[in-house]
Every structure is written in structure tokens, then in C-alpha cells.
Design a binder for this molecule. Structure first.
Ligand code: B1M
Length: 209
């Protein structure tokens, strides 16, 4: 579809206003929000490969991230649409040292969409902040996102901190993000791993119910 192609291309060129406008237009045309999301993801995938190959650099990727957020902000209410009373509470954050938040936000929107109340504690979250937030909010499930191989140890440290604080048995821990695998989740003692935002929301819902 032409408009989806245009969304992906404008995302890749980092044009937030155009991505915002085209995303709204696509929804007004009755295109499924998930298809619009796929177009955004496809564009981000292209940029990911270029970033890896040093064809684009951090400043360009920041513009692309801003454009991605512009599209996601429009999709958020549609993806999160639910009239139901929350079925439970999740706490979500990107671990210490890691500034990536697009995937985390997608997981959040999808979870809200399945009827879970989500508290987002942001990016670069130190282990002790996970501990404090669990004490404060008493979530059913704690979600940790990590996008860098260098921040995987922070996932382990965050889980250990929750254990040390005596909170581990009160919560379900789910981890995810590009370098995270099911084997890693098992190794660090997480209860669950999800490879993408849709399965994260589905698994969280199943675990809470
Ligand atoms: Co970064 N970056 N980045 N970056 N960046 C990656 C991750 C990288 C793979 C690029 C590459 O080399 N190809 C690479 C990591 C390599 C590695 O560790 N093996 C990388 C690097 C190296 C870096 C820097 C170190 C670069 C530098 O400075 N030299 C630096 C680190 C900064 C830091 O965090 N301390 C850096 C910086 C940045 C920007 C700030 C410029 C920007 C982030 C902006 C932002 O997030 N607001 C950025 C971006 C945008 C990327 C890429 C291009 C895109 C990430 C993204 O948003 N993807 C990325 C390359 C890529 O992924 N192809 C890259 C879209 C998003 C929807 O996918 O986040 O994977 P993702 O989320 C998915 C799943 O992983 C899953 O669901 C989501 C949707 O399905 N998921 C979960 C995520 N969290 C989950 C939690 C769950 C369950 C599922 O349960 C709790």
C-alpha cells in the first residue's frame, strides 16, 4: 500500500511531522493500526541495518527515533483501546546504562491494550530504582527491557537486587529486548521472556489471570 510505504520512507528520513501526518491519514483511511505499526517497524529495521554498517550515525538515528515516537503517539490510543477494568498491574523500565525506549514503549502500549495497568519508570533504571518502584507500586509483574549486549548484566543485577530486597517471590519477572533470549532469561532467573511486544502483552495477561 502506497501510504504504508510512504510512512516507512519518511520514518527512515527522520521526518517526524510527515510520519505523524501520514499515520493519522492511514488510520482515517481505515488501515489497521497493526499494519501501520509494521510499516514503522520495517523502516526502523532498515535504519538498524544502516546503523550497524555505519551508513547512518547517532544524530540521524535520533531523528528516526523521534519520528518513530511521533507515529507511535498517534497509534497509542488505538493500540491501547480497552474499556475494561485493569486485570492487573505491570511495572516497566529499560535497565541501567540503556537509553533505548521505543521497544519498551511498544510493550507498554500493547500491555495497556490487553487491559493491564502499566507504570513506566523510564530508561537507564538502576537496580535500586526497580526495588523502590516495586515497593511503592506493588505490581504483579516487573518488565525489564535491554537493547545492548553491554546492558545485559544490568538485567541480572536488577533481578538480584529484587531478590536481596526480599521482593522476588511477590512478583513475576519478564525480560525482553533484541539481545535477550529465552536461555538468558532462564540463566538470570527471570520467570518469562518475550521476543516482541505482542507476545509480551499476551504472556503478561496469561500470567496475571
Ligand atoms: Co542503538 N543500538 N545505540 N540507538 N539502536 C541498537 C540496539 C544496535 C543493535 C544497532 C546496531 O548496531 N545494529 C546496537 C546494539 C548492538 C549490541 O549491543 N549488540 C546499538 C548501539 C551499539 C547503540 C550505541 C552504543 C551507539 C553509540 O553510541 N555508538 C548507543 C547506546 C546508547 C545507550 O543506550 N547507552 C545507541 C544509541 C541509540 C540512539 C539513542 C541513537 C537510538 C535510541 C533512541 C530511543 O530509543 N529513544 C538508537 C536506536 C534507535 C537503535 C536501533 C536503530 C533501533 C532500536 C529500536 O528502537 N528498534 C537499534 C538497531 C535495531 O534494533 N535494529 C539500535 C525498534 C523497536 C521496536 O525494537 O527495541 O528491539 P526493539 O523492541 C522490540 C523487541 O526487542 C521487544 O519488543 C519490541 C517490539 O516488538 N522488546 C521486549 C523490547 N523490550 C522488551 C521487553 C519485554 C519483551 C519484549 O519484556 C519486558
Amino acid at each position: 500500500m502506497e501510504i504504508l510505504k510512504a510512512i516507512s520512507e519518511n520514518l527512515q528520513s527522520g521526518s517526524a511531522p510527515k510520519v505523524r501526518e501520514l499515520t493519522m491519514e492511514a488510520l482515517n483511511l481505515g488501515i489497521d493500526a497493526r499494519d501501520v505499526l509494521s510499516a514503522l517497524m520495517e523502516g526502523m529495521g532498515v535504519i538498524g541495518v544502516k546503523f550497524k554498517n555505519n551508513e547512518v550515525y547517532v544524530p540521524e538515528v535520533l531523528l528516526v527515533a523521534r519520528a518513530m515516537h511521533a507515529g507511535l503517539d498517534i497509534l497509542k490510543p488505538v493500540l491501547s483501546e480497552t474499556g475494561a477494568k485493569p486485570i492487573g498491574k505491570a511495572l516497566i523500565g529499560t535497565v541501567a546504562g540503556d537509553l533505548h525506549d521505543i521497544g519498551k514503549n511498544m510493550v507498554k502500549y500493547m500491555m495497556v491494550g490487553t487491559g493491564i495497568d502499566v507504570i513506566d519508570i523510564g530508561i537507564d533504571v538502576p537496580p535500586e530504582e526497580f526495588v523502590n518502584a516495586v515497593k511503592e507500586h506493588k505490581p504483579d509483574i516487573v518488565c525489564m527491557s535491554a537493547l545492548l549486549t553491554t546492558t545485559l548484566p544490568a538485567v541480572r543485577k536488577s533481578i538480584e537486587a529484587l531478590e536481596k530486597a526480599g521482593l522476588r517471590s511477590e512478583i513475576i519477572i519478564m525480560i525482553g529486548g533484541a539481545p535477550v533470549t529465552a536461555a538468558f532469561a532462564k540463566e538470570v532467573g527471570a520467570d518469562m521472556y518475550a521476543p516482541d511486544s505482542a507476545s509480551a502483552a499476551e504472556k503478561a495477561r496469561e500470567a496475571i489471570l
